[in-house]
Ligand binder design. Structure first.
Ligand code: PLP
Length: 367
């Protein structure tokens, strides 16, 4: 399919390198860097990007699920890989691939101990997560003593890191809450490191935490969206380079006469003579249906061509009445961070969802 599909997502390796080096420049030389490559590197391409991060000297990678980590190992990635959300049913798959689990509850912790005992594996690297306010995954502060007791009794576990996750680090109106989270985490970490007499890596900051809260860098930062070019505000984004360009080509051009309609359900009816172009990208590709009916646009020959009628599964039709173009011409769905932010705003979502939602049907081309 890769060679025949004309809609492609081009990925700029140099932009990844630039963004990685930018984050390295705002953390201390001794602070480690974990690159978050879950969900196909936020819809980009995780093997190529992990290789770049490995070459550039990242210290860690993180994925959400075990299968994502296995895919990286099978592609030859050697960096330590933290699996943020492993499932108890499949924990045993971690071991042959040297994937390091986040053990976020007693259920997962005890199950992993059982597995290590069964497989007679010793000193396996694990990560423990504490919930400091997101209420998503993690032990609570009241679990600290029990967690310490379990770790003391089970030397088959090697506590490699302790971490938590910030709720609203991009929102400076929530600064007090973020500072509360930083303090809560530091207290928990101090209790554990003192009582276990060990020095796990402490980490707390996602992209915005890394940008906005230097006091939360601790021993390592976990950067996801920033690597892919988004700083969560315009000033920070301008320091980052755009990574993905989503492009396609015009399949066909139609003349639409007054009174004729375009697309399903006759959602657009023309009152004048128009020229429409059909583009091979649709809602099955992650091009949101609510961008239809002129809510969204693509760019053809540097001009905006708005969507006529409904977005189909595999196609859109756009208005090119005033754009000089012909069948086969290039179409840009987005080619800058501003385009992605604009698409996100127009479809009522955030840049994360736009880029992670680009379907796997669209080939990724690494430049
Ligand atoms: C996804 C994720 C990150 C990365 O967040 P960004 O805002 O994309 O930098 C960091 N930590 C955890 C636990 C995550 O789930």
């Amino acid at each position: 399919m890769n060679k025949t599909h004309v809609t492609v997502l081009e990925i700029d390796s140099n932009a990844i390198i630039h963004n990685f080096r930018y984050f390295k420049s705002i953390i201390k030389p001794t602070t480690k860097f974990l690159g978050v490559v879950k969900a196909f590197s936020y819809g980009n391409e995780s093997v190529a990007i992990s290789k770049i991060l490995e070459q550039e000297g990242a210290d860690y990678l993180a994925v959400a699920f075990i299968d994502e980590g296995i895919a990286l190992r099978e592609a030859g990635i050697k960096l330590p890989i933290l699996v943020l959300h492993p499932q108890t049913e499949t924990l045993h798959h971690l071991i042959p691939y040297q994937l390091e689990p986040n053990l976020y509850s007693f259920r997962v912790l005890n199950e992993f101990i059982n597995i290590l005992n069964k497989e007679a594996v010793d000193s396996y690297p694990i990560h423990i997560k504490f919930n400091t306010g997101l209420n998503r995954l993690g032990f609570s502060a009241t679990d600290v003593d029990s967690v310490i007791a379990i770790l003391k009794n089970n030397p088959i576990l090697r506590l490699t890191s302790l971490f938590s996750h910030l709720v609203a680090s991009e929102d400076l109106n929530e600064r007090d809450f973020t500072l509360f989270q930083i303090n809560s985490f530091k207290k928990i970490a101090t209790q554990i490191t003192e009582q276990l007499n060990s020095k796990p890596i402490l980490h707390l900051s996602n992209t915005s935490g890394t940008i906005n809260f230097p006091e939360a860098h601790l021993d390592m930062v976990r950067v996801g969206i920033g690597l892919y070019g988004f700083g969560n505000d315009a000033a920070e984004t301008s320091k980052l380079k755009n990574v993905g360009v989503l492009k396609s080509r015009i399949s066909q051009i139609h003349t639409i006469n007054p009174g004729e309609s375009v697309g399903y359900n006759r959602a657009f009816i023309s009152s004048e003579t128009l020229k429409s172009a059909t583009i091979p990208i649709g809602h099955a590709d992650g091009f949101h249906r609510n961008l239809g009916n002129k809510a969204g646009y693509v760019t053809i020959n540097k001009q905006k061509a708005y969507i006529l009628g409904n977005v189909c599964m595999d196609m859109i039709m756009v208005d090119v009445t005033h754009i000089a173009c012909k069948e086969g011409d290039e179409v840009l769905v987005f080619s800058s961070q501003e385009n992605v932010e604009d698409l996100a705003a127009r479809s009522g979502t955030i840049s994360y969802e736009i880029i992670t939602g680009i379907s796997q049907r669209i080939p990724r081309v690494i430049n």
